[in-house]
Design a protein around this ligand. Structure first.
Ligand SMILES: CC/C=C\C/C=C\C/C=C\C/C=C\C/C=C\CCCC(=O)SCCNC(=O)CCNC(=O)[C@H](O)C(C)(C)COP(=O)(O)OP(=O)(O)OC[C@H]1O[C@@H](n2cnc3c(N)ncnc32)[C@H](O)[C@@H]1OP(=O)(O)O
Ligand SMILES: Cc1cc2nc3c(=O)[nH]c(=O)nc-3n(C[C@H](O)[C@H](O)[C@H](O)COP(=O)(O)OP(=O)(O)OC[C@H]3O[C@@H](n4cnc5c(N)ncnc54)[C@H](O)[C@@H]3O)c2cc1C
Length: 613
């Protein structure tokens, strides 16, 4: 292969004041996890690339070991290599394909990786993700199967149901989706119209989409791929509406893949991105399923039709919370990829002169280009590290929930809702900035950045539209503010509402103190949350109802949720960089990156920070 590294790139790398391996190990969870992450693609490409020489493979392996930042670039070149040598018809870029062809190519690759994951017995979720991501870089037709379909079985199913259904999912005996959203409702779940009426004579549920607006609309894999759905519908038993429940609903014949009786399914058509995901529609015309097909971990329907409610009716929402957490983590990595491509490009692209007659410079030498990219490098690190910090809270809340202790559920819902909105909005803005930083070549699909944007920006909408998610978090924050106003004890995560003071010691002519940065973000969040609460109370004082006052204050409530997430991110970044045990040169650099991230945020939200002094 003998791929020589561009001299400008080599020069830029040689100027590093730290050893990238330290960072790479930290980001991927240590040397062993990193080794595994790098080994998997190289292993499979060797297998795929019939004529790739052992030397080529070693170079790939060494290349992967040298620079994680180069990882993506090398991967793309490996994929091209695999494209040439791929055993069957060969990898083809989907950029020039029709939507149908692109779906089929992605499906071919996804089926290949599904088989290999089973044959290699890859149990680790992260390793499975790495493996798939290389071969199906865009939207994977099995995405819902891998994540929400299996998560819903695991979190909403009884032990018996898990024993029965999960092996079918793990071995791809069935291919699933998560069908909740309808043509008429995506956000307002209490407005869902699909019904599941219990027939006590036959101990069956009759599923029905009675109106056009009740048609399930958007679920991934519904268009062609899935033959089973975890479907959310309004349970009606003994004439009573018992709210949204989840059901295992066969959609297509397991042999012929034809829709089953009473089922009408199809693809919803072209989208802004996610072209290789077959988002679809589903209509149910009085389709019968056995009583045992209702996921009954938390709520039940007895044989005589008696509804046994869950201890907490929000538990049915858990699969969404789980996937929001996945989105929080993936947002940082998506931005990391885009800024890796843009930074490497900026090292090799020479354009214009800084000194007249001095010759064209690497565009990375322009201060404006550095500002565009370094702030996004900092943002990617911040989001990845904040997601790691949120995981500790997430894991402890879930382990308590599994023992029946739901006290942390409101905090978890607020954290995952606000961070999902904050991270995906920051990711969307950042990826677009990276694209534009590459000039015309950033607008080429071959750069990889446009698809990252058009695919991933959908994360601002799915799994809870971002504004709605901020308002959900604001419910929790406002309750905490009301408790703080009464001097009551607050959850650990929001105690700063009672303690935050602005006693900044830094002066403008000295290097800013990191503790002051955390204090400034904490005080800004406390101030914005308090202002939102005051606006809500002002609305009530004007005689508005609670819901009207909520709407009246909603713009500030959204800001409160974002300020809270920004504080959580800055605090996590600084505290984890200080405590990660890096050598001095790496820690110095990372703390510089943390300051850049925090100070750039203060400039972008300077109104908030100036207002709080
Ligand atoms: C950047 C890229 C990232 C990721 C992709 C890359 C890699 C991942 C790999 C593969 C996957 C890839 C692709 C998959 C693609 C797409 C999948 C998308 C799937 C979906 O979109 S599924 C459908 C999602 N839909 C929603 O999220 C609906 C949002 N709406 C709601 O949740 C609710 O309607 C509501 C919360 C907005 C309103 O609820 P409500 O009507 O009951 O009313 P209230 O607001 O009064 O709430 C009542 C009460 O309940 C509490 N509550 C609400 N939700 C929860 C929850 N989830 N957990 C806990 N508690 C909850 C709420 O706080 C209220 O309580 P309170 O005490 O009164 O405040
Ligand atoms: C790529 C993609 C994949 C998807 N995959 C799936 C899937 O696999 N399964 C599935 O079930 N669904 C899926 N969805 C659907 C997705 O979950 C919904 O689109 C999402 O929940 C938003 O709901 P909506 O589309 O009805 O938007 P709406 O809620 O109608 O939003 C429209 C506007 O109304 C505003 N709004 C709505 N409610 C409020 C409120 N209470 N307060 C203030 N403003 C409000 C929103 O902020 C937004 O600006 C997918 C969507 C996309 C784009």
């Amino acid at each position: 292969m003998g791929k020589s590294v561009n001299p400008d790139l080599a020069k830029a790398r040689s100027q590093a004041t730290f050893d990238p391996a330290n960072l790479t190990n930290y980001l991927y969870g240590g040397p062993e996890k990193l080794r595994r992450k790098r080994y998997l693609p190289a292993f499979v490409f060797k297998e795929l690339c019939t004529e790739m020489s052992l030397t080529d493979l070693c170079l790939i392996f060494l290349g992967l070991l040298t620079h994680v930042s180069d990882y993506l670039g090398l991967t793309l070149s490996i994929e091209n290599m695999a494209a040439k040598e791929y055993k069957e018809e060969g990898f083809k870029s989907t950029d020039d394909m029709s939507r149908e062809e692109a779906y089929e190519e992605s499906m071919r690759r996804a089926v290949y990786t599904n088989k290999r994951v089973l044959q290699l017995n890859l149990q680790d979720q992260e390793e499975q993700y790495y493996f798939r991501e290389i071969f199906v870089p865009g939207a994977n037709p099995f995405a819902l199967h891998y994540v929400m379909f299996k998560d819903a079985i695991n979190t909403q199913g009884t032990e018996d149901q898990i024993q029965k259904w999960l092996p079918l999912a793990e071995t791809y005996a069935v291919t699933g989706t998560y069908a909740q959203t309808e043509l008429g409702h995506g956000t307002f779940l209490r407005g869902l119209e699909t019904t599941a009426e219990y027939d006590v004579q036959r101990e069956e549920f009759i599923l029905n989409t009675p109106t056009i607006t009740s048609s399930k609309f958007w679920p991934g894999a519904l268009g062609k791929t899935a033959n089973v759905a975890i479907l959310n519908a309004k349970l009606i038993t003994k004439g009573r509406n018992c709210g949204m429940q989840s059901f295992w609903v066969p959609l297509r014949h397991l042999e012929t893949h034809q829709p089953l009786p009473g089922i009408t399914v199809g693809d919803i058509g072209p989208k802004f991105g996610y072209h290789t995901s077959d988002n679809g529609f589903l209509q149910l015309n009085r389709v019968r399923i056995p009583r045992e097909n209702m996921l009954m971990r938390y709520s039940k329907v007895l044989q005589d039709g008696t509804f046994v409610p869950p201890e907490n009716d929000r538990l049915v929402y858990v699969p969404m919370t789980q996937f929001r957490f996945v989105v929080i983590g993936r947002s940082g990595w998506t931005l990391a990829k885009a800024v890796t491509v843009a930074t490497r490009y900026s090292a090799v692209r020479r354009q214009s002169e800084i000194t007249p007659g001095g010759g064209e410079v690497q565009i990375l030498d322009f201060q404006t280009q550095q500002h565009k990219l370094f702030t996004q490098i900092a943002s990617a690190y911040a989001m990845i590290i904040a997601a790691k910090a949120a995981k500790d809270l997430y894991d402890s809340a879930f382990s308590k929930m599994e023992k029946g202790n739901l006290e942390d559920l409101p905090m978890l819902h607020a954290l995952t809702s606000s961070m999902k909105a904050f991270n995906t909005w920051e990711m969307a803005t950042g990826v677009e900035q990276c694209r534009m930083a590459c000039g015309g070549h950033g607008y080429l699909l071959a750069s990889g950045i446009p698809q990252m944007y058009t695919d991933m920006v959908s994360a601002c909408t799915y799994e809870g539209e971002n504004t709605v998610m901020c308002l959900q978090a604001a419910r929790f924050l406002n309750k905490c503010q009301e408790a703080a106003n009464k001097g009551e004890r607050l959850p650990q995560l929001t105690r700063f509402l009672q303690t935050s003071r602005l006693n900044i010691s830094s002066s403008l002519d000295q290097d800013v103190d990191l503790n002051d940065i955390i204090a400034a973000y904490e005080f800004r969040a406390a101030t914005v949350i308090s202002e939102a609460n005051a606006r809500l109370n002002a609305g009530l004082a004007m005689g508005k109802s609670q819901s009207e006052a909520w709407n009246y204050a909603s713009q500030l409530l959204v800001k409160a949720a974002l300020a809270f997430s920004h504080w959580f991110t800055v605090r996590a970044l600084i505290e984890n960089m200080r405590g990660a045990g890096f050598d001095n040169s790496t820690e110095t650099l990372l703390l510089q990156l943390a300051k850049l991230y925090a100070l750039d945020g203060m400039l972008r939200y300077s109104g908030d920070f100036r207002k709080v002094g």
